[in-house]
Ligand binder design. Sequence first.
Ligand code: BES
Ligand code: MN
Ligand code: ZN
Length: 497
Amino acid sequence: MKISFAKATVPTEGALVVGVLEDRVLTPTAADIDARTQGLIARAMAASRFEGKRDQTLLLLAPAGLELARLLLIGLGKAADIDAKVAQSFGGGAVAQLQGAGDQVVAIAADAIAGAPIGAADFAANAALGARLRSYRFDKYRTREKKEEKPSVKKLSVLLSDVTAAKQAYQPLDAVADGVFLTRDLASEPANVIYPESLAAKAQTLSELGVEVEVLSEKQMRKLGMGALLAVGQGSEKDSQMVVMQWKGAGTDEAPVAFIGKGVTFDSGGISIKPAAGMEEMKTDMGGAAVVIGLMKALALRKARVNAVGIVGLVENMPSGNAQRPGDVVTSASGQTIEVINTDAEGRLVLADALWYAQDRFKPRAMVDLATLTGAIVISLGDYYAGLFANNDDLAERLLGAGAKVSEPLWRMPLDDQYDKQIKSDIADMKNTGGREAGSITAAMFLKRFVKDTPWAHLDIAGVTWSKKDLAVTPKGATAFGVRLLDRLVADHYEQK
Ligand code: BES
Ligand code: MN
Ligand code: ZN
């Protein structure tokens, strides 16, 4: 689907999408069309339950007096509440309704709306972003799909008067969408295609955009003492990898902000093997790493004025004659020893060494890790909020604010020392599970033992990385939850103005 911006005129083919405010108040284009068609829109609304409430839709076929195949009304709610998120779900809603309808050409009217806190150019740019994000589809393995099962929309134009301003506003948003699409592609790929080396190779392609990429081999990681990460990968035929990505957009002397991702390319559980039902979902256990890679792409594409480091620990967790065993004791890069009670609590072992390496080598201003870490966070928060754990209130507030702005909401969870006793071991410095109670918190407490005084936050994204249903700007499947959130965090707090 190709997206463009164009001067507002009533199109003569395909579909047109217009906004309607709450209580059936027409936006300028809707009013114009209503006037040209002897009140078609007013009559259609009167004959339906459509009131212009946010995300309501009403589709009119072959509207009399127009050459269009379809006229789609989408509710925008109250003018005073129209912000970037409303604009995005307006664009996303348009694509969701029309992509299977058969039209190849779609136009979206992005009028200036009196009384709205967002200007016309930003509204148009965000509508385009929502449309693009919602149009995502991972269909490379569907080789026998019929034409009528494929999305029909080829060209989408967003109509407004100040085309230049909208194009300018859209540029950085398009960069973020590129990052989101990379993340979704990586998380959608099966584990026979994406494994540590192939994922590292994908990350390496970011060097074309000016990102410095290094890949650490098992040998190099062994030298660095990363016994926790390496233990997870030792049962796999695939070699473990760590990828370090640096985007230097702010000059040399500024400490970077660091993003660390759990990249378990497949989590079978290891010797503590998972039940068969649903195990295929564990191809997405590299979701945190995919977010970090997509984020680095977005920052580079929009030339963000920030120094950012992305580090991903890539391993495959498999049972084999060489796999680690429950009861094994491993030594992490920090020197701390860990008793592995359950080989399925592997993400924290990977992050222990990745977090330690990030803080030791880069002395970051702040450090955020993302991980599909615990089933317990799915029980706590379901598929809407991701869990936020932080050792620093300012960083926590910044993340909560960024998440609210982009509809990737976070819920802060506790990280009190009280919970630390659950991971005391009789034989080593700690054990890798804290029992059933407060499972997400004890996982975070484990990570905390590998963080010194760097401001740090951990996002447990196990519940939000994959969606079983369509969302406003996200078709079901890989969500890339975290890319837009962390891009916003950087833009609002770590980027030079
Ligand atoms: N990758 C899983 C967590 C997960 C569960 C992600 C569901 C996405 C959906 C993680 O490695 C894991 O297996 N965690 C265990 C920890 C337990 C053994 C302490 C869990 O949550 O059951
Ligand atoms: Mn696991
Ligand atoms: Zn896992």
